[in-house]
Design a binder for this molecule. Structure first.
Ligand SMILES: C[S@@+](CC[C@H](N)C(=O)[O-])C[C@H]1O[C@@H](n2cnc3c(N)ncnc32)[C@H](O)[C@@H]1O
Length: 344
């Protein structure tokens, strides 16, 4: 997810002092003008009037919010009352009946974030800090106990952790191609999952584009949380030349996303479900990829997720006018979640 995919990665592995410094550094970081200009043009055309309020949130890190996903395998007495004292409340209240009672995510309208917990070998963490919108792809997947699940692009592991808060899969395959990020993923799993369940989880370092051929029709549920433009962090690119290069190479991302999705579909059992998500607003990496897949894979049926959208409408602002199988979370002040795009 943030910004989502990269930032929490740092938070989860930082000590508090280090985290404070990072936060200050982030607040002082400059907007990368070349990226902002590019987004201004593209997103005004794609989102119309909605873009200016989204831009105001994305360019002001001090108004960003963070959620805490509690670890059902390591409950800390007193944490929930301490969160309540600090203005946090449970997100997704009873709106989603299939969620287990043990699934707890806390949010608050005020910006700022709770201190991250340091990784300590052999000790489970009590919560994971994340952008609340990154839970939507996991909720849309509706994993049930005993199902075989593949998280195709899993590092740093926020959604893998969230899946394990919802259900106990029969077999859970978490894959990450990048070597360093794959180690982070292993560390996340180790920090959140008790030894008794660790055997359910397999971490691999494969190219996700190959998994469909390696393991055809093997999974009931597949999550493709694809590598993408990551609007939040791109806006704060420190190196303008690198930013220009990334913008030029953006088209290649759509092609990678399409190939990952095609592989994921191959890995899915007949009747299984797949969620494709990104943390960019870009139509080329969202609807266009899905439309291309729908035109090239005839046996893929879109699923209506408007009920999920209604169930969580208190917490999120969605772009209106999208198709029933798509949700685009638009960050706004006080609900500064997203961008996250989920398709099922
Ligand atoms: C958006 S991030 C995933 C975030 C993660 N799902 C989470 O919630 O913490 C996308 C990930 O895909 C990985 N990736 C890029 N190319 C890949 C490929 N060909 N196969 C598998 N993973 C890939 C990236 O290294 C990155 O870690």
């Amino acid at each position: 997810t943030p910004s989502e995919p990269q930032e929490p990665l740092d938070y989860q592995h930082s000590g508090y002092g280090e985290l404070e410094n990072k936060t200050k550094g982030k607040l002082q970081k400059q907007i990368c003008q070349v990226v902002l200009d590019h987004f201004e043009k593209q997103y005004t055309a794609e989102l119309g009037d909605a873009w200016s309020s989204v831009r105001d949130v994305l360019t002001l890190p001090w108004c960003w919010q963070h959620a805490l996903l509690l670890n059902r395998f390591s409950r800390c007495p007193g944490l929930e009352s301490s969160l309540a004292e600090q203005g946090y409340h449970p997100a997704f209240p009873a709106a989603l009946p299939y969620l287990p009672a043990a699934f707890r995510c806390y949010i608050r309208p005020a910006p700022g974030r709770f201190p991250a917990q340091k990784h300590q070998p052999g000790k489970l963490k009590e919560y994971y800090l994340l952008n609340a919108a990154s839970l939507l792809p996991v909720l849309a997947l509706e994993v049930k106990d005993g199902e075989d699940v593949l998280d195709l692009c899993a590092a740093p592991g926020g959604k893998s952790v969230a899946i394990l808060q919802c259900a106990c899969p029969g077999h859970f395959h978490c894959n990450e191609y990048d070597d360093l990020r794959s180690r982070w993923l292993e560390q996340t799993i180790e920090s959140f999952i008790p030894d008794a369940l660790i055997n359910l989880v397999m971490v691999s370092k494969l190219d996700g584009r190959k998994i469909g051929d390696l393991q055809p029709e093997s999974y009931d549920k597949v999550l493709v949380d694809a590598p993408c433009s990551n609007d939040r962090s791109w806006l704060f690119s420190a190196d303008p030349q690198q930013a220009v290069l990334r913008l030029m190479q953006r088209k290649e991302l759509s092609s990678l996303q399409f190939q990952l999705l095609r592989s994921a579909i191959k890995a899915l059992r007949p009747g299984g479900s797949l969620v494709y998500s990104t943390c960019t607003l870009s139509k080329a990496e969202n609807s266009d990829v899905i439309n291309l897949i729908r035109n090239s894979c005839r046996d893929v049926m879109p699923v209506d997720i408007s009920e999920l959208a209604r169930g969580v409408s208190q917490e999120f602002t969605f772009l209106s006018g999208t198709q029933q199988h798509e949700l685009l979370v638009l960050p706004e002040k006080g609900r500064a979640w997203g961008p996250i795009k989920s398709n099922i």
